[in-house]
Ligand binder design. Structure first.
Ligand code: PEP
Ligand code: CO
Length: 454
């Protein structure tokens, strides 16, 4: 599994020599260049120590010793960079992780789709309404949602505004965590106002009790507190889509002799920018961060092995996470050949399931949604297929919010098509609401329970 290009010719800007998909076109190249120079001078958002810690955690998950929970908005928005939103997102991820820890009896690595998830791939470069054609909205890092020529014009200024908001988000998350907010001894910190009314409340409390009792038992025999060992308990991730943004904070760290993307711990490659000879693959092959790769119906065993060879030529543990997203109707057919190909090649990868992006549908009303049953269905099949291939599924990738939105159909409250208008707030893809997200966590926990009885 080698690729001759891997060791040669890479630079933070070598992607610019490759075909590049999904990049905005800026009218004023000089303005873009000046903005990127400003961005380059700013301090980074994350450090290589944290990135290396995450790589170790992912390597542990690869061996079945941890489970990765990656989740957050499809697209963060500048407007929603508020104290309340950040706390809600952290709370739901913490609550879900407690449930998963209790069920799987494995540590959970929490990876937010957060602090930089501001750029989105789109099917079309432009959008036409009433005879007027304007550039598509590509996320707040690029342009603005309202359908006016001024809002839709890509603006370099927004790149800086995005970087600053990513820094504010991460700063607040770190403060919360350093202050003890994420401490497993105090799950009462994460109670959301409506948790008491949720259908799963009783079961959740029971699982929290199990985890806190387990901690107390462990600490009583070892005489030490568990959480203090872990400085960073929460990691940030976003799609590495806007390559100018990624490049500007890509640095060579002499003490490690490697290049790092310091805008995030975990950049991932989206399904629409996965062309093997394309710019996004070229960029990602040169940075030392652990990287994710979305694996969809277009991927064949051959192309997967080729991609693995490009992105992880040294077969390093923790470097590569494959996030499959086929949809409930295709996973059973599409996934097994890929698992076998990677396994037979001896590739060290972590497999995760994204049960969201293959299950998106557009209703007659034009509203984008996902059916909760299809999400759970794809997840169940993923667990089964990985177990049949001799390894547990290593993680999940979800679009969710800690709020009570109505964007996905189904769940314990049986949300129907006609309920969606009540609180449909996503800017791009439909997210699980609080209760649906908890239900997914419980389902994952159940898999742990059933696996131990096999
Ligand atoms: C996403 O994760 O929001 C996304 C666009 O996913 P994919 O690249 O898998 O379609
Ligand atoms: Co999405």
């Amino acid at each position: 599994m080698t690729d001759s290009r891997n060791s040669t010719g890479w630079q933070p800007d070598s992607w610019q020599q490759r075909p590049v998909a999904q990049m905005p076109s800026y009218a004023d190249a000089g303005n873009l260049a000046r903005t990127l120079q400003m961005l380059e001078r700013l301090p980074p958002l994350v450090t290589s120590w944290e990135i290396e810690a995450l790589r170790d955690r992912i390597a542990a998950a690869q061996e079945g010793r941890a489970f990765v929970l990656q989740g957050g908005d499809c697209a963060e928005s500048f407007e929603e960079c508020t104290s309340e939103n950040i706390v809600q997102k952290l709370k739901i991820l913490l609550q879900m992780s407690v449930v998963i820890i209790a069920g799987l009896r494995r540590p959970v690595v929490r990876l937010g789709r957060m602090a930089g998830q501001y750029a989105k791939p789109r099917s079309d470069d432009s959008e036409t309404r009433n005879g007027l054609t304007l550039p598509s909205y590509r996320g707040d890092l690029v342009n603005r949602m309202p359908f006016t020529a001024e809002d839709r014009e890509p603006s370099p200024e927004l790149i800086l505004r995005g970087y600053e908001r990513a820094a504010l988000t991460l700063n607040f998350v770190r403060s919360l965590i350093d202050g003890g907010f994420a401490d497993l001894h105090h799950p009462e910190n994460w109670d959301l106002a409506f948790v008491g009314h949720a259908p799963q409340a009783e079961r959740y409390r029971e699982m929290v009790r199990r985890v806190t009792d387990g901690l107390a038992f462990f600490e009583s025999i070892t005489g030490s507190r568990i959480h203090e060992a872990q400085r960073v308990d929460f990691f940030a991730s976003h799609e590495a889509l806007h390559l100018h943004y990624e490049q500007a904070q890509t640095r060579f760290l002499r003490h490690r002799s490697r290049w790092y993307n310091l805008t995030t711990h975990f950049p991932w490659l989206g399904a629409r920018t996965a062309r093997l000879d394309g710019a996004h693959v070229e960029y990602l092959r040169g940075v030392a961060n652990p990287v994710g790769v979305k694996v969809g119906p277009a991927v064949t065993p051959e192309s997967l092995l080729h991609l693995i060879g490009i992105l992880n030529p040294g077969n390093e543990p923790g470097r590569l996470t494959l996030i499959h997203r086929f949809g409930v109707s295709r996973i059973a057919e599409s996934l097994p050949p890929l698992i076998r190909a990677a396994r037979d090649a001896g590739a060290r990868v972590l497999w995760m399931c994204d049960p969201m992006h293959g299950n998106t549908e557009v209703l007659n009303s034009g509203v984008k949604t996902r059916r909760f049953d299809n999400i759970l269905g794809e997840l169940d099949i993923a667990f089964r297929i990985h177990a049949e291939h001799g390894r547990e599924l290593g993680g999940v990738h979800l679009e969710l919010t800690g709020d009570h939105v109505t964007e996905c159909i189904g769940g314990a409250r049986g949300l129907s098509e006609s309920d969606l208008h009540q609180a449909y707030r996503t800017q791009v893809d439909p997210r699980l609401n609080y209760e649906q997200a908890m239900e997914v966590a419980m389902r994952i926990a159940d898999r742990g329970a059933s696996a131990t009885h096999v």
